[in-house]
Unconditional design. Sequence first.
Lengths: 156, 506
Amino acid sequence: MVNRDVVSGALLLLLSIGYLLNARALPPGRGEPGPAFLPTTIAVLLSLVAFTILVGGAIRARSAMAAGVAVDGAASTGGARWFAPFTAILLTIAYAVAFIPLGFWMSTLLYTLAITWIFQRKRPLQLLIVPLASTGIIYLLFRVVLGARLPVGPFS
Amino acid sequence: MLPDFAQTLALFLDPALLALVVGGTLLGIVVGAVPGLTATLAIALLLPFTFALPPVPSIVMLTGIFIGGIYGGSISAIAVRIPGAPASAMTMLDGNAMARRGETEAAMGLATFSSFVGGSAGGVILVLFAPQLARIALEFQSPEMFALVLLALVAVSTVTADSLAKGFAATLIGMMLATVGIDGLMPVPRFTFGVTNLLTGVPQLAVVIGLFAVTELFLQAGVREPKSVRSNPVSFARVFSFWPYVKQVGWRIFAKSSLIGTLVGALPGAGAAMAAFLAYSEAKRSSKDPDSFGKGNPAGVVAPETSNNAMTGGALIPMLAFGIPGDAVTAVILGGLMIQGIIPGPQLFRESATLVQPLFVGYFISYGVLLVAGLAFLPLYAKIISVPRSILFPFIGAIAVAAAFVAGRTSFAMFVAVGVGVLGYVLQRFGYPVVPVLLGLILGPMLETNFRRSLIISRGDVSVFFTSPISAILIAASVVFAIYFGYVLPRRVRRKEAATRSEGEP
């Protein structure tokens, strides 16, 4: 198992390098530090911090392995599932993509049905009621109370 | 001042405004009571609705939700040993112990009364000090403002995370997001990658919705459904059974906890959880019977609840006086105000005084509502906290994405909210806090603008930050803060833990 601090430290290091490369392309200031100053400072500080996290994580992992203790690679919450959040992420992205083409009603009904199913599958009535109630309440709040326009999709 | 207050009080005779204060407070209590929901989440989702309201009703409603949300967490903490908010984790220790010996009503009544006392004390300090601090802040030039914002960013990095490095990383990520868009002093696009929507920067409201609503959905999806939570029955007939404990605990704990909460609240990023922890620790340290804490000592309910609600007054002080939020909720409220065109800070008291006084009055009315509703609706709370997540979170996920669309009026804002939600989820799974991300986003531009302006005025001479006594003191305070909270205190805690472990070993 890979130590999560090593992974996150490495990712942050990559991020700071990419950020720095983009910051260097910015023009210099005239009589003041310029638009590149803060991004460059952030990139340098982040890379130092990322390196600290990475090295700290590697040292802890090595000490833990030497002591015969399981390396910390688990999620921050003990026993947390990964498949359900991953599915929720994909569904939420799909919802955002489908929101305008499918329209508010269809996309929201499908999305809330899918998310309800992630949280529980044993009560079929809830699988019916929660999507309908959620979609209806949100429509009331935004369309009726706020007067906001919501996409109607292909059924206009 | 008195005639102004009388005039402002008359504003609240308007049933619509009063309904918003009462409704906001009750909504905050409900949201705070349900585990998995937070006042920050509620405010993030309600911000688009506040755009349809004028500034005064908007801010009093948001303040009501803030106040109710901090108190509401104590309900599930006491009744079923699940803190509704991180701020209630300390209340849970003694509050639930009291509930288990049949004193649920006394514990909840004590929590309600303590919240009222703490919040009112915090409010008095807010009313007395915020205008004075704003007057001082009007004298601040760019070097002083830079140093103050630097202290705020260091504070939020050090106190919100277990690891100094991770706290700093989260703050820097927020500041990175803030650099996207047209530069504030030169018309140069930064990190827009040719995306037109990014020219105006990353939409703040979408970031707020993403970090506090969408992230929570993903986190909750990863947690196994807890067994159904049931509270002991709560009887309205015993609602005043807490009163003898008020006398038993004594006024000193109320006073000390109020002061701790207000001071901690004024510190950016510190938040209600830290206020509650410090007050609890102090109450235990100064108690004649410290071993009784955690076993149903009423002072173990009074101290954290007084403190975490006093924090609400404290957190509003830097937000109103300097434009620097004291915690995540005030950061979201600050964002909401800025979107409405109201800039909190020293100018607020001069140019928008008609907003500040109603906020103060609305604050105290919210605490009045909290006291009455907290005692009157005690028997209903057991029902509120048992709403299943399978009903709440599909709704929250959908309303979050829809709210981002409505607020941003583009699908781009929706994608930002979802993207930031994924970022927030990944950060929390790797043990990074998200509050510093938001504060870095809000305060980053202030830091940069004031830094660059200072150097323009001084023609590149960096000693401008040290020749000003206020600026020099604030910068020194930042360094001391970072060293003490980032290194000295964690080391002390680790030594204490090691000593406790070795005492326990045979």
